[in-house]
Design a protein around this ligand. Structure first.
Ligand SMILES: [Zn+2]
Ligand SMILES: [Zn+2]
Ligand SMILES: [Zn+2]
Length: 145
């Protein structure tokens, strides 16, 4: 029984090495200096995950080289954090941001006030020969100003 098992394994090993030889022969037949295209990114690297890219040999389309793109520590996907607020005419907004790839990547910031957005003056009292008139204008962002 033990011998049979050993023979079986040997056959398997031989079969594998035969396939290996075949591959090698093939490679020698098609030997040339690869003429690779430029890399095509198939999956962009992010701050959290590696990406992949491939390139093809123009002399034999079965020659494909694939490579892992290392993690890009600057490739965040910033979104407004839950703590963020919009600025008003005069108040600074909270510009905190959070990375959707990794929620531990955060950065704080502020958003500058928008400044008033004045409309045109409307005359409320017409001037007379003795009194000055009055006119008003409203901020389109906040009509109380
Ligand atoms: Zn090639
Ligand atoms: Zn990130
Ligand atoms: Zn305003």
């Amino acid at each position: 029984m033990k011998n049979n098992l050993f023979l079986g394994l040997l056959v398997i090993v031989l079969a594998f090495s035969f396939i290996g030889c075949g591959d090698n022969e093939n490679h020698i037949h098609n030997y040339h200096i690869h003429n690779y295209s430029n890399w095509t990114v198939t999956l962009a690297a992010t701050c959290t995950n590696t990406g992949t890219r491939v390139r093809f040999c123009s002399l034999d389309s079965t020659h494909i080289e694939q490579e892992t793109i290392p993690i890009d520590l600057n490739a965040h996907n910033w979104q407004s954090a839950p703590t963020a607020t919009s600025p008003t005419c005069t108040e600074t907004g909270n510009g905190d941001q959070i990375c959707t790839y990794n929620l531990t990547h955060t950065k704080t910031g502020t958003i500058v006030p928008l400044g008033h957005s004045w409309g045109i003056y409307t005359q409320t009292t017409a001037p007379t020969c003795t009194d000055a008139g009055t006119r008003v204008r409203f901020c389109s962002l906040d009509s109380t100003q």
